[in-house]
Design a protein. Structure first.
Length: 483
């Protein structure tokens, strides 16, 4: 009891200093991400986009103080560690890895592949004042047999509860799903972006918004004036979510890849017109040079079922489209559908999640961009975009994926996860599945075990399987996190 009172006082002090202030974000792969997902379900915290603002999590943490005291204490203890001082270390990760000769991108790992023999990352949270805060992140690993430095999640945040500006390399994730997001995810290295959003929900329908503009890495194969040129495309993203009911959330999302080299995209009016009216300003273009870019959209639904207090669960669903159909802004083509269910408490410590996705053809490929909807060679949306092969362009495949995950965790200092993925890529013609001999039905899975000792964590991960192109792979890694 005394310990709970001390934590509550410390949490209140944090909340007091954060009121009407800017907020940093909890890294999507944080050591307590699974605990926050449980809390999100139990409190109806908005979950249609990630990463979660720390201020948002603080706001909802109080809702589980009496009903789930252990979960409450673990979350607030971790937040005091992250937000208690001016400079706070999220973690330093040191990892040694071994794999076979198959080079495979690891889903949702900012472009990291199985062939890197090491991975080093350091993340610090710095808050010099209430209205300006910084996240400092740097990682070192090997890519294409060369050392690579990345600054994912390095950004500056400034603003207030309902209007915040983030400048830098922050994550974006427009989906309530755990295993991936159709439009934008952490599957690629982060490019510099400017983001406007609200860390705390607007009271009207508990709503949230986010708008970002990012300058992607340089790529070749951009069609302009009948030739293929090189340049840096732009990516514009928009998100809005709201709660028509306290337990039910709807999210609306758009992304727009455009420009690069001398392609149009320099005028704000052109960008806005093509974004809000794609038929008139994009799809009706008479030549490829007049066509503005590559657009995607989705609507997400999530419902938290807390009527059974001892067995709560979450149902969620995404409908996505790669383009318009029949020259109407309200008709969509190349659809994708994702379904998921999450049970945080199969037992006191064991949670279970299952997700399934289907996508039509035309996802993550586009005739204006030989490299499609990608950044530095990785799909900016669902990781399944990395499972198709490239000749001049990437294969235009449809397909299904499945994801199962069991997680044993009650406290942040000990976690065991077991996961499995299923991938089936194929062509579709008039709704008929056509198999390609180059592609196999693939399976992969992994085990992660992490144990904390004082201010350190020790862990091991085993990951392996077969790719849809028939290549077997494995990865074994041991790591230590300095907290």
């Amino acid at each position: 009891m005394k310990k709970s009172i001390i934590y509550a006082i410390a949490l209140s002090l944090c909340l007091t200093t954060m009121a009407e202030a800017s907020s940093l974000y909890l890294p999507i792969n944080s050591r307590m991400s699974e605990l926050v997902e449980k809390m999100s379900l139990l409190t109806n915290m908005p979950s249609a986009k990630k990463p979660y603002p720390l201020e948002l999590i603080f706001k909802y943490a109080e809702g589980i103080r009496d009903s789930h005291p252990i979960l409450y204490e673990e979350i607030e203890r971790e937040f005091i560690r992250l937000y208690g001082n001016t400079m706070n270390r999220e973690r330093i990760t040191l990892s040694l890895r071994g794999s076979n000769n198959t080079v495979k991108s690891i889903p949702n790992s900012h472009g990291l592949s199985t062939d890197s023999p090491y991975f080093i990352e350091a993340t610090y949270l710095y808050k010099p004042g209430r209205y300006i805060q910084l996240s400092l992140d740097g990682s070192l690993y090997q890519k294409n047999n060369n050392p690579k430095i990345a600054t994912n999640n390095t950004y500056i945040a400034t603003g207030w509860d309902y209007l915040q500006f983030d400048i830098g390399y922050r994550d974006h994730w427009f989906d309530p799903f755990y295993d991936s997001s159709m439009l934008i995810s952490t599957n690629v290295i982060n490019s510099p972006s400017v983001t406007i959003s609200n860390p705390v929900p607007i009271p009207l329908l508990n709503s949230n918004y986010e708008i970002f503009l990012s300058r992607l890495e340089k790529t070749d194969g951009i069609l302009y004036n009948g030739e293929r040129i090189s340049g840096n495309p732009m990516l514009l993203g928009m998100h809005f979510d709201f709660h028509p009911l306290s337990w039910f959330e709807i999210g609306l999302n758009r992304t727009f890849q455009f420009g690069g080299g001398d392609r149009p995209g320099k005028s704000l009016d052109d960008i806005w017109n093509a974004f809000i009216d794609p038929v008139r300003y994009d799809n009706l273009a008479t030549t490829a040079d007049e066509e503005f870019g590559n657009q995607e959209a989705s609507i997400t639904f999530a419902g938290n079922i807390n009527y059974f207090s001892t067995f709560p669960f979450k149902l969620y669903h995404t409908i996505a489209a790669e383009d318009t159909r029949e020259l109407k802004n309200t008709n969509f083509s190349s659809n994708a559908f994702i379904y998921g269910v999450y049970f945080p408490y199969i037992t006191k410590r064991l949670g279970f999640r299952i997700e399934h996705s289907f996508r039509d053809i035309n996802w993550y490929v586009h005739h204006l961009y030989n490299n499609g909807y990608r950044n530095e060679g990785n799909s900016m949306g669902h990781w399944v975009g990395d499972t198709v092969k490239k000749n001049i362009t990437y294969d235009n495949m449809a397909g299904d994926t499945g994801f199962l995950m069991l997680t044993w965790q009650e406290k942040v200092d000990k976690k065991f996860s077991l996961y499995y993925r299923y991938i089936d890529n194929y062509y579709l013609y008039n709704s008929k599945i056509i198999r390609d001999d180059n592609y196999k039905i693939a399976n992969e899975g992994g085990i992660i075990y992490v144990k904390g000792v004082k201010d350190r964590e020790y862990g091991i991960e085993l990951y392996g399987g077969m790719t849809p192109l028939g290549d077997e792979f494995y990865l074994a890694s041991i790591f230590i996190n300095l907290l």
